[in-house]
Design a protein around this ligand. Sequence first.
Ligand SMILES: [Zn+2]
Length: 438
Amino acid sequence: MRFLLINCLIFISSSVLAKTVTVDNVRIWAAPESTRVVFDISGPVKHKQFTLTGPNRTVIDIKNSRIGKINNQPKSQDKYLKGIRSATRDKNDLRIVLDLKKPIKYKIFQLQPNKRYGYRLVIDLFDTEIRQAKKEEPRKKIKKETQRPAKLRDVIIAIDAGHGGEDPGARGPSGIYEKDVVLKLAKNLAKGINKERGMRAILIRESDYYIKLRNRIEKAREHKADLFISIHADAFRDPRVSGSSVYVLSKKGASSEAAKWLAEKENSSDLVGGVSLEDKDDLVASVLLDLSQTASLEASIDAATHVIKGLRKVGKVHKRNVQSAQFAVLKSPDIPSILIETAFISNPSEEKKLADSNYRKKMSNAILYGLKGYFRDFAPEGTLISLRKHIIKRGETLSTIAQRYQISANKLREYNSLKGDLVRTGQTIVIPRNSSGT
Ligand SMILES: [Zn+2]
């Protein structure tokens, strides 16, 4: 009798655990430096994984599960992934095999349901080494270039289209996603910037994939950006709210704030996009970075003020003053950074505008107008943009010009490759912009 009862209990508990989970769908997001594979699963799963060589593949064994429909395969240009296949194992289990193009490192984790998706099993595939080497190299170059004013460089503006891939951002009433319109806007803005003399844009995100917030800053730094602009579209529960706002990082950034800003909308991106335990260190690190932030904050505020001025030309501005908030993506200690909420995608008429390419062009022109204003105030030394022209009038000498612009005669000689003090009426010389403060 007792024997039977125990048996019965075992049966019940194992049948509860044994609820079969279905793997329903797969999405593949190919980014330049990683590929993310996301399986939709009907509930949490127990999984084991390992990699094999000859040929390279990653195997994921999932307990008590079966395959629904796997209707996606990687594109042929995917850097890491060749194909996905699956088979039943030990009657009730599922084996998924990712066929790879080369040896990789991977991270695997499960995600809780959110507004758009249910439970998910996520595998990130990336290179075994490369990233590290890339990070080290550019820093040395920065020093060299600022020390040599004779070789003038372009100012570099990093444009970050918010969200992407598994993280769609906000969604408009007619179903337009923030991640899509902000990418188009970012591309417009980059085009405009690249047409300007002395300015060059780099896109942090080039198509539909997710990049972690920390890595967005890292990428800007790799490219030695002079300014970082994150582009978003706002959402609010009241569809009547409209207009654009521009943010800089708020000064109050104590570690106790970490929890607070995590809860904030834009920051939750990393959670939506998938954060693993290792990233906890990143969160702490980004709070500590605040301490060295103050220097670039002044520049950030100036950039934001100019951009608002520009935006007022195209439409309604939601907040007339620069806003500040604890956005993780703005936490770059050495690069002035702003975040633009271009419009409210939750407002039906602004959603329509964001979807309109003409309007996006107008808006990116307005932002560009603001940027030009900013770089007149904060032109980094050694950049083409930091120079303005001066035509020598009768009676002027090198030293009176130096005095007028509050710059040393030596610097003037250096910038204009002049050997002595001789200048002639009608001659054009260049003056470094920031040395005068005018
Ligand atoms: Zn956003």
